[in-house]
Design a protein around this ligand. Structure first.
Ligand code: ATP
Ligand SMILES: Cc1cn([C@H]2C[C@H](O)[C@@H](COP(=O)(O)O)O2)c(=O)[nH]c1=O
Length: 260
């Protein structure tokens, strides 16, 4: 339960910051306006000048194994499509590529790899999709992504790898507009169906992963209690994403992981 309290506090601070920024007429907590040039800054993206072209939103779902990401990703997809937004569902690892197949063999304990090697493969699996991701966003398609760089860093740093080393290969990937973190006590996740099938689905390891996720929480995160009924979570995710989808349609610039 420690992590739930941590995230609640972080959430309240973020809401306060957002309200303060809104009182200055700004529509995103990572944004500040300087004359006619828009500058973007946050703890997860680099400061940059930008233009105002309409685009899709990059929405990422994160959380422990069995926290409900896949169930909620497909519900969010249906919701956004129902509103008429061009939307695609993506997930990492993408097991369809040759890199993804190496990852899949590792996760299902069919192969064994050095911790740094598998970390870099997970990252490469995102890099091989980066260009298509940017194309789709610029085409106006919103992407709902089931796991992203935060999984990469949380799971590898939970093994004891240095967090900055883990972040380094992610630098330059597209930064999400919002990260929806499904917050569940590891013990509760372990009670859910299908737990234990893959390499990382072990309670003690997931407890470490939960702590590592905490270190990554920043102003782009919305933390949701994943122990609620599926429909309640679904509604909260819908409420959380709409402003971001609209802001991206109005031309919020793309930004990049990871300034620190
Ligand atoms: N809010 C919820 N309450 C109870 N059970 C849930 C809830 N959300 C999902 N589940 C169930 O938990 C299990 C895991 O859900 P799901 O596959 O969506 O999680 P996941 O985070 O994508 O898992 P993984 O990371 O292991 O792929 C499924 O059996 C699903 O039906
Ligand atoms: C993207 C990514 C994932 N992982 C871990 C997290 C999970 O234990 C598995 C993927 O399982 P899923 O059911 O397909 O979500 O892999 C990781 O360690 N590093 C990553 O970058």
């Amino acid at each position: 339960m420690i992590h739930a309290c941590y995230f609640t506090k972080a959430l309240n601070l973020r809401a306060l910051t957002a309200r303060r920024l809104l009182s200055f007429g700004l529509d995103h907590p990572n944004k500040c306006c300087v004359s006619s040039i828009r500058m973007e800054s946050s703890s997860n993206c680099n400061l940059r000048a930008s233009s105002s072209e309409s685009r899709g939103a990059l929405i990422v779902l994160e959380g422990l194994d069995r926290s409900g990401k896949t169930s909620q990703s497909s519900r969010l997809l249906s919701y956004l499509e129902g509103l008429g937004h061009s939307t695609e569902l993506w997930r990492f690892p993408d097991r369809s590529t040759s890199v993804g197949q190496m990852i899949s063999a590792y996760l299902s304990n069919k192969s064994h790899l050095d911790d740094r090697t598998i970390h870099l493969l997970f990252s490469a699996n995102r890099w091989e999709k980066r260009s298509l991701m940017e194309t789709q966003l610029k085409n106006g398609t919103t992407l709902v992504v089931d796991r992203y760089s935060y999984s990469g860093v949380a799971f590898s740093s939970a093994k004891g790898l240095d967090i900055e080393w883990c972040k380094a290969p992610e630098v330059g990937l597209l930064a999400p507009d919002i990260v929806l973190y499904l917050d569940i006590p590891p013990e509760k996740a372990a009670e859910r169906g299908g737990y234990g099938g893959e390499r990382y689905e072990q309670l003690e390891f997931q407890k470490k992963v939960a702590k590592c996720y905490q270190a990554l929480c920043d102003s782009s995160w919305k933390v949701i209690d994943a122990c609620q009924p599926i429909e309640d979570i679904e509604k909260q995710l819908q409420d959380a994403v709409l402003d971001h989808v609209m802001a991206c349609e109005r031309g919020r610039p793309l930004s990049y992981l990871w300034s620190r």
